[in-house]
Design a protein around this ligand. Structure first.
Ligand code: NDP
Length: 434
């Protein structure tokens, strides 16, 4: 804390991993000798830069850009860029730290990194977004590359932004380096299933957890928060498996739809029109209502998928979900549940999947995009989705068997942290004190 003052989200993420590591250092004392724990908490490189841009009225704005290259033991730094006014170094470090273990869990050769800016894209025109992205890349380009650091999207950064970023990278470097960014458009190096991957993957993970108790998603009421990339495709996948997704939200409130979310309407409002979730209720008819106060977690359902942002589900809300009979929670977002909420779920024997396991499908499919770029190939939707399904099953099984091996059966948090940590730590030891 003294070394990284004020970075509360980063402290929370580190504490959560360290809570699991007692049995690991007891079993492998050599990891302590080479100061792995201290080294893993210190990013290899942190870049902070000025991003000047001009709005449509000619006014000049200055934002702050970040890229934290956290750990390259397993491969080039890999992780998304977030554009949101709440972004500061502590957020980028928490996300980058999580990313190290998540990427290790996927089994793919990728290190951990994250970046972004405190830029607020809401209400900005296309031209303003483009100018911002171009200015951001004008500094970032010198730090990234197929073999160095491969950014992708996150909150506020989707296909449109990746396009502008890629265009500027290509222009500055005079290289068509497809593997420098992931989340690209399908006609210029993107991968099928990348858009769907995080949401689909979170539901696949929930399915695997339910399977361990002889259960599935069919006929269940599912409570989803968020209405961005992750939430939309979590809803799509849950509904394909026979569940009813009842809710979606954004920072202004949530909608409940007793007939289940109409996905076409949600996509039209959020992906095409970039509108607000309240418009969904206005256009959907009597089955839906918009609620601007209270919390989406008040709505009863047996599966909860928090897919919006960090610390969006606290202890009080976890209690409410438990009273309403929740049996499984899978984090589509990064660290959406507070530490208190996680402990409450675990004490109540709820199946709980931490984000670094449940939402790893996105980065795993980004690694599949890198494979396709490296071999100048593009795979079919079915094949890529099958690879994603195998990867999610693999992550689930790795978390479950590691938790069991270390005497904590059913504890996916411990399983994910221990399994990811051991893999990275072993590689760091092998590569010497660097
Ligand atoms: P999007 O920008 O597409 O959507 C984010 C959604 O969350 C929006 O509905 C947004 O509402 C809401 N939201 C964001 N911040 C807040 C806030 N402070 N309070 C309330 N609501 C908020 O992002 P993604 O769907 O890509 O990301 C969602 C989460 O999933 C993040 O935690 C991200 O790190 C994580 N994730 C994403 C991956 C991906 O592949 N995209 C991969 C792995 C994890 P509003 O529009 O009102 O801000």
């Amino acid at each position: 804390t003294a070394r990284n003052p004020g970075e509360s989200e980063f402290h929370q993420a580190v504490d959560e991993v360290f809570e699991s590591l007692g049995p690991v250092v007891a079993r492998y004392p050599d990891l302590l000798d080479s100061a792995i724990v201290e080294r893993i908490c210190e990013p290899e490189r942190q870049i902070i830069f000025r991003v000047p841009w001009t709005d449509d009225k000619g006014r000049v704005h200055i934002n702050r850009g970040f890229r934290v290259e956290f750990n390259s033991a397993l491969g080039p730094y890999k992780g998304g860029l977030r554009f949101h006014p709440s972004v500061y170094l502590g957020i980028v470090k928490f996300l980058g730290f999580e990313q190290i273990f998540k990427n290790a869990l996927t089994g793919m050769p990728i290190g951990g990194g994250k970046g972004g800016s405190d830029f607020d894209p809401s209400g900005r025109s296309d031209a303003e977004i483009m100018r911002f992205c171009q200015s951001f890349m004008t500094e970032l380009y010198r730090h990234i590359g197929e073999y160095t650091d491969v950014p992708a999207g996150d909150i506020g950064v989707g296909g449109r932004e990746i396009g502008y970023l890629f265009g500027q990278y290509k222009r500055i470097t005079n290289r068509y380096e497809s593997g420098v960014l992931t989340g690209k458009g399908l006609s210029w190096g993107g991968s099928l299933v990348r858009t769907e991957a995080t949401g689909y993957g979170a539901v696949m993970f929930a399915e695997e957890m339910l399977k361990t108790r002889g259960q599935d998603l069919e006929g269940r009421d599912v409570i989803v928060s968020g209405s961005g990339n992750v939430a939309i495709y979590a809803i799509e996948r849950a509904q394909a498996l026979g569940a009813k997704a009842l809710t979606a939200s954004d920072s202004s409130g949530y909608v409940v739809d007793t007939e289940g979310i109409d996905l076409e309407l949600l996509k039209q409002i959020k992906e095409v029109e970039r509108g607000r979730i309240s418009e969904y209720a206005e256009r959907r008819g009597p089955s839906a209502r918009f609620v601007s106060d209270g919390s989406v977690w008040d709505v009863p359902g047996s599966v909860a998928l928090p897919c919006a942002t960090q610390n969006e589900l606290n202890g009080r809300q976890a209690k409410r979900l438990l009273e309403n009979g929740v049996v499984a929670v899978a984090e589509g977002a990064n660290m959406p549940c507070t530490t208190e909420a996680v402990h409450l779920f675990q004490e109540s024997d709820v199946l709980f999947a931490p984000g670094k396991a449940a939402n790893a499908g996105g980065v795993a499919t980004s690694a599949l995009e890198m494979q396709q770029n490296a071999s100048r190939d593009s795979w079919s939707f079915d094949y890529t989705q099958q690879r994603l399904q195998e990867i999610m099953r693999g992550i689930h099984d790795r978390c479950a068997s590691t938790a069991e091996e270390f005497g904590m059966p059913g504890n996916y948090v411990a399983g994910a942290n221990i399994s990811g940590f051991i893999k990275v730590a072993r590689a760091m030891v092998a590569q010497g004190i660097i």
